[in-house]
Design a protein around this ligand. Structure first.
Ligand SMILES: [Zn+2]
Length: 273
């Protein structure tokens, strides 16, 4: 690897770790409607403010032995895990998306749209966790992402405003209809409005193809994992399954391997006949 490639990889890893630290704040504060900027981070037990040198992603947790420097109460392992996962997934994005992007020619404004696309992938980490714990997907994430996607699509590039609009309808509309069908079948609300807005956001930023494949892959994962968890009695039958994490998984798979999977699927079907 050349020094410049190493530097790029390191920047993505470091940026991801710092972003992961911010995601921890989102996960804890957004569902409570608290400000994400003030007050600064503090220990939930003794209220001691977290000093800057105790706020280094992953490293501080290890150095402090997973305990608050003030009251010695255990700090949730979820903090370093989210930071580490965001760092690792940023490296994945660097490899699969940023590297290929650099090998093509782009106008500077295309960088803006790329940054939004990268953020839309990573933001699914806190979205999934919030949905898992609270069964909500904050509008402040999905709707602001949707608006940004639509606005940025006016910059000349891969996604035109028309494509962004069709993406919103395809992503949000498909999930809305799925929810209506589920309501008729199971006689209860099966899909939250949060999922609909999330997919409209993904459609606005990535277009209808990625939105639809995300829903297909996400439904597959949801059904597969949901049913196996119920059979294994890990989750009770009447506990609702949050759809956000599965949609997130389907979204990542669509962006990284969507075309290959669909091409492979059609090649397989052709072979059958
Ligand atoms: Zn403490």
């Amino acid at each position: 690897m050349t020094p410049s490639i190493l530097f790029q990889a390191f920047s993505f890893l470091a940026g991801g770790l710092i972003l992961g630290s911010f995601f921890n704040v989102l996960i804890h504060r957004l569902p409570k409607g608290e400000s994400i900027l003030f007050p600064g981070s503090h220990c939930p037990q003794c209220k001691r403010p977290v000093r800057a040198y105790e706020n280094i992603p992953v490293l501080s947790y290890l150095l402090l032995g997973g305990r608050c420097a003030g009251c010695k109460k255990k700090i949730s392992i979820q903090y370093p895990l989210i930071e580490g996962a965001t760092g690792c997934l940023s490296l994945v994005i660097w490899y699969f998306i940023f590297q290929p992007y650099l090998s093509e020619n782009h106008q500077w404004w295309a960088h803006l749209f790329l940054a939004l696309q990268i953020l839309s992938l990573l933001i699914l980490i806190p979205v999934s966790l919030i949905d898992y714990y609270h069964y909500i997907i904050p509008d402040s994430i999905s709707l602001s992402g949707l608006v940004l996607g639509l606005v940025f699509s006016f910059l000349p590039g891969d996604i035109s405003p028309l494509e962004s609009g069709i993406g919103i309808l395809a992503g949000g509309g498909t999930l809305y209809l799925l929810g209506k069908v589920g309501e008729l079948l199971f006689k209860k609300e099966s899909m939250g409005g949060g999922d609909v807005k999330l997919m409209a956001f993904i459609g606005a930023v990535w277009g209808w193809k990625i939105a639809l494949t995300s829903i297909i892959f996400g439904s597959f994962f949801g059904a597969l994992l949901g049913i196996s968890l119920i059979i294994a009695r890990i989750i009770p039958k009447d506990r609702p399954i949050p759809f956000g994490p599965y949609l997130g998984l389907g979204f990542w798979l669509s962006v990284l391997y969507g075309e290959e999977i669909i091409r492979g699927y059609f090649a397989f079907v052709e072979q059958l006949f």
